[in-house]
Design a protein around this ligand. Structure first.
Ligand code: ADP
Length: 376
């Protein structure tokens, strides 16, 4: 059994090294048909571990198109399965790495489901962000003989290139439900601060003036997420459902002190639920809607440009072209590790968005190939 132990240790080490090689990995997740939908023909054909085949109608050159990613999750994959491949990344945050996990795809394809879970949350349906924090608490507790960890979170939203803190206090309204409702309806969208993203080398925080809340248990995290989601939802009703047209980001800051040497490690993880990637119909996009669409296009294409520049090992990486890429600067490129979950819907009428989502994802996935080649 000693021999097996050594083998197991070696396997773990090998996996960790592999994990460090490709800096960007891309997982694809297919949403199941929803109960209310008449299950029309699915556009998703064969899926295996890392490949997905899309059946294209005649308009797109009838036939099949195949795409390859680090991992493909079919419609029956559970939240636990989806998370299990993410766990090594979580561990690396405690070792002082920066990590960025983001969810990409058209509205309704399952981004929020993956990152947070469904509306009616159960332990089984917890999304990546609850599970990630759970793991961080768990592992930091396991290491408590050698390390003392502090974990704190920020939650922000980027809407029309403005950054807002989602963890603002609801202070005195607590005692007056009526006042609270009024405040929620009218004032919170105004009270929620507009913040600047600073170069994260300042104070070590990407958004130094957003509330940074220490957390020690999953229960506290759930409470915070509820506040964050409420703040986001309130802004949404006041300004038409905007949650699908803003990026939301949960940032987890970890600081660990080695009890023997006193050395301090800092790692951070951004968990980003991106705005819907769908292109708006030109005829319907006017006024605010057009402005929103332009901002979303701008930030998603800025993200694509940063990733392309990283892939080409360009000397200039254009982080400053959008708030989103500024925020993620320390977690994209360099030693940081990035994971993108791309989401697609199986419905026939989503085919055009499905294809453009998968093409964007392939562009991102090619960065990993670049990194792997360098390491060979
Ligand atoms: P998005 O965030 O991309 O707009 P949502 O996560 O809100 O999409 O998903 C749209 C709907 O589909 C929600 O009702 C959600 O609960 C459901 N859904 C998404 N993914 C899954 C899944 N893998 N299994 C079951 N239901 C899902």
């Amino acid at each position: 059994s000693g021999y097996h132990k050594v083998l197991e240790e070696n396997r773990k080490l090998y996996n960790q090294v592999q994990d460090l090689k490709g800096n960007i990995r891309v997982y694809c997740r297919v949403r199941p048909f929803l109960p209310r939908q008449s299950s029309s023909m699915s556009t998703v054909g064969h899926i295996d571990d890392g490949n997905i085949m899309i059946i294209t109608p005649s308009k797109y050159g009838k036939g099949h198109k195949s795409f390859s990613f680090n991992k493909v999750f079919g419609p029956f994959a559970t939240q636990e399965e989806v998370f299990s491949d993410t766990q090594p990344l979580i561990r690396s945050v405690l070792d002082g790495y920066n990590v960025c996990i983001f969810a990409y795809g058209q509205t309704g394809a399952g981004k929020t489901y993956t990152m947070s879970g469904p509306k009616e949350l159960t332990e089984e349906s917890f999304g990546v962000n609850y599970r990630a924090l759970n793991d961080l608490f768990h592992i930091s507790n396991q290491r408590k003989e050698t390390f003392c960890y502090e974990i704190a979170v920020q939650m922000i939203e980027i809407y029309n290139e403005q950054v807002r803190d989602l963890l603002t206090n609801d202070g005195p309204q607590k005692r007056y439900p009526f006042v609270k409702i009024l405040l929620l309806l009218f004032f919170i969208p105004l009270l929620v601060n507009t913040l600047d993203i600073h170069n994260s080398s300042q104070k070590g925080l990407a958004v130094p003036n957003a509330n940074l809340v220490p957390v020690t248990s999953t229960t506290e995290v759930i409470e915070l997420m509820n506040i964050g989601q409420k703040n986001r939802a309130v802004s949404a009703t006041a300004m038409n459902d905007r949650s699908s047209r803003s990026h939301s980001c949960l940032t987890i800051h970890v600081q660990g002190r080695d009890l023997a040497s006193g050395a301090v490690l800092r790692g951070c993880m951004h968990l980003v639920d991106l705005a819907g990637s769908e292109r708006v119909n030109k005829s319907e996009a006017k006024g605010d809607r057009l402005k929103e669409a332009q901002h979303i296009n701008k930030s998603l294409s800025a993200l694509g440009d940063v990733i392309s520049a990283l892939a080409q090992k360009s000397s200039h990486i254009p982080y400053r072209n959008s708030k989103l890429t500024q925020l993620l600067q320390d977690s994209l490129g360099g030693q940081a590790k990035t994971l993108m979950f791309v989401h697609i819907s199986p419905e026939a009428d989503a085919i055009s968005e499905t294809l453009s989502t998968l093409k964007f994802a392939e562009r991102v996935a090619s960065v990993e190939l670049g990194a792997a080649q360098v390491n060979k």
